[in-house]
Write a protein that binds this ligand. Sequence first.
Ligand SMILES: Nc1ncnc2c1ncn2[C@@H]1O[C@H](COP(=O)(O)OP(=O)(O)OP(=O)(O)O)[C@@H](O)[C@H]1O
Ligand SMILES: [Mg+2]
Length: 362
Amino acid sequence: MQTTTPMLELVDIYKSFGDVEVLKGISAKIDKGELLTFVGPSGCGKTTLLRIVGGFTTATSGQVILDGEDIGKLPPNMRNTKMVFQSYALFPHMNVRKNIGFGLKLQKWPKQKIDTRVEELLSLVHMEGLGDRTIDRISGGQQQRVALARALALEPKVLLLDEPLSNLDANLRVVMREEIRNIQERIAITTIFVTHDQYEAMSISDRLLVLHEGVIQQIGSPIDIYERPANEFIAGFVGYVNFLEGTVDAIDEKTNISSVITEYGKLELDHDQEDIKVGDKVLLVIRPETVSLSPSHGTERPNTFHGTVESQMYAGNLAKYTVKFGDKEMVVDHYNPMGSDKFSKYDKVKVTVPRAIHVLKR
Ligand SMILES: Nc1ncnc2c1ncn2[C@@H]1O[C@H](COP(=O)(O)OP(=O)(O)OP(=O)(O)O)[C@@H](O)[C@H]1O
Ligand SMILES: [Mg+2]
């Protein structure tokens, strides 16, 4: 069956600066109306990849296909993509209205049509009434809105945003993040968002493309990235993770429950990994909030290690413990701890890990 053509397709993109290879075979498809985020550590090539899409840098090899057309050789203004730069690049002495309408004027739109479109855009980015202010008389967040409105004026097929929130303070970042997502969804514009902030990426995206050392580590929804990480890098990329090594000892064919031997005892696991066989070495990805703690005495439970509380921190909504068993330390987050057991340093405890944890093949 034929699936719909993606709005944007990157095909095996390589990019070198001199003899340094920055991008090593990037392929990805982006659906119409989707917000995809390029995320990864500083210097991993996010901006370079975005600039290749926008036409500000050419790839060493590979293709950029926009709505079925190879645009790799076209200059930025012929691409039907629009990039918002980190610095916004607004005209400081022009007013908001003129900044937003700038591209329309270049396209020789009639004045009245420009005015109508600019009003529409002012309303879209919640800047009604501020059209006559000059850029140096509006706030950072408002400048961000103007840059966004200007980029959207000619209805590009793909909007490219490079670290659009990095000049804003922490509170405003969250407000503007929600605003951008809101506008993006409302006009259903295909968008690539670049950030080095994992949490920002998780909260704004339909899917994340995680780059590291010039290679895509995983493309997936926030849930895929957090709950089904493809490798150790991704598992450690968002949030804390306790890793535990083990060997698959047996797999029950009826229930698909694997029994995994670790240095600290045996675990029964109901993981979703299909290619795991008896004898495989695996790495268990144990999130702190999935582990439960109970007093050391009391009924024995499966998937339990006995340990000692090494440190504890109580923050009202969360109690955080480090528990030591053997030479292993495990971090345990206990949300909503009010009215439940609390533990102190040196307490003997049982650490119970859930059956459904993600495993990685080693
Ligand atoms: N014009 C250039 N000439 C030479 N090297 C470059 C050039 N542009 C980027 N690089 C190098 O390519 C690598 C990727 O750079 P890029 O700007 O794409 O990273 P980034 O992921 O956007 O990082 P950041 O999060 O810091 O913005 C870096 O090592 C950078 O030094
Ligand atoms: Mg960058």
